[in-house]
Design a protein around this ligand. Structure first.
Ligand code: LMR
Length: 319
């Protein structure tokens, strides 16, 4: 009897151990909308590599670039349903979930990327990482892309040049108000549609970073790019609380460490690419890069007449 009991226990133990050893690694699907040769594309690949190198038996990362899996208009919904684990939409695309992150969309708020970095690493920036908590989402970190430039079919030098023109914007009401202040027409459209909208001249222009303008070939269908540096396009790396909090502690810690390193790598790529992709666009000769004089830049910063129009319009809507 004793022998039977002992061998049963031994069998159960063996099975238990085999069960742990055979537990499949957790799959982390990382969905994004940009090309692989961009800061976010490179960061995602680095993250996948680090996880594969350090914890192959615990987690596996599969990256879906170029809106292959979800566009940014659907990815957060899909995340809450458990269909995707990781994404990094731009800070302008959380409109439906929180208004707090729209602070990043205010024009001319940050002088350059160093100022953005200082703010994000400071107490207010760190607090904003938690602004999606009530919606079941966890902000895991900021990732840089860079300062935005304005591209168009016609040269844009002063606010009046944008009057009546249609611009594609990301899904942010603050961005919409900016273009309305210029008496322009903002259209919220997914990133995956921008090239065709520009190519067919359904819209007149758009705002984006050097790396997005280059990697998605917007410069081939936009004769002018104004180096306006008028706003920032950065990302929030995000997951669902349900996924994140139910991971075993060691897996969560390992994944977070790999993610932090991948973000630092992506930020370096962002810095290098902003310069290299701008240069590549200039050298292509397809698009003329316009530099603003101090006076022109100042005029864009303080377009009070435009802001007054928006205030008046909003007051009418409210009435
Ligand atoms: C855009 O929609 O223009 C950007 O948010 C795309 C991206 O992810 O950089």
């Amino acid at each position: 009897m004793k022998t039977l009991k002992t061998s049963l226990t031994a069998m159960m133990l063996a099975l238990g151990i085999a069960g742990v050893a055979n537990a499949a690694p957790v799959e982390i699907k990382f969905s994004h909308v940009v090309a692989e040769n961009t800061p976010k594309g490179q960061m995602a690949i680095k993250f996948k590599e680090l996880v594969a190198e350090r914890m192959p038996d615990k987690a596996v990362v599969n990256v879906y670039p170029n809106s292959q899996l979800f566009g940014d208009n659907k990815v957060l919904e899909a995340m809450l349903l458990g269909d995707v684990e990781l994404a990094a939409p731009s800070l302008s695309k959380f409109n439906k979930y929180t208004k707090a992150l729209q602070l990043f969309d205010l024009p001319f708020l940050f002088k350059d990327m160093d100022a953005v970095e200082r703010f994000q690493n400071g107490p207010a920036g760190q607090e904003l990482l938690g602004s999606l908590k009530k919606k079941g989402l966890v902000g895991l970190g900021y990732l840089h892309n860079g300062m935005k430039q304005l591209s168009a079919n016609d040269p844009l030098r002063t606010p009046a040049d944008a009057d009546g023109k249609k611009f594609r914007i990301m899904s942010s009401d603050v961005l919409a108000a900016q273009f309305e202040a210029l008496e322009a027409v903002p259209l919220k459209k997914p990133f995956s549609e921008v090239f065709t909208l520009l190519q067919t001249k359904a819209i007149d222009g758009q705002e984006n970073t050097w790396s997005n303008i280059y990697s998605k070939k917007f410069f081939e269908v936009q004769p002018y790019i104004t180096e306006s540096n008028h706003g920032v396009l950065d990302y929030l790396v995000v997951t669902s609380a349900e996924f994140w909090l139910t991971l075993p502690d060691d897996v969560r810690e390992g994944v977070k460490e790999a993610l932090d390193e991948a973000i630092a790598f992506g930020n370096k790529v962002a810095n290098d690419k902003a310069m290299a992709d701008k240069q590549a666009i200039i050298e292509s000769g397809r698009s003329e890069v316009l530099t603003l004089t101090d006076a022109e830049r100042q005029q864009c910063r303080s377009d009070e007449a435009g802001m007054e129009t928006v205030r008046r319009r909003n007051r009418c809507r409210a009435d």
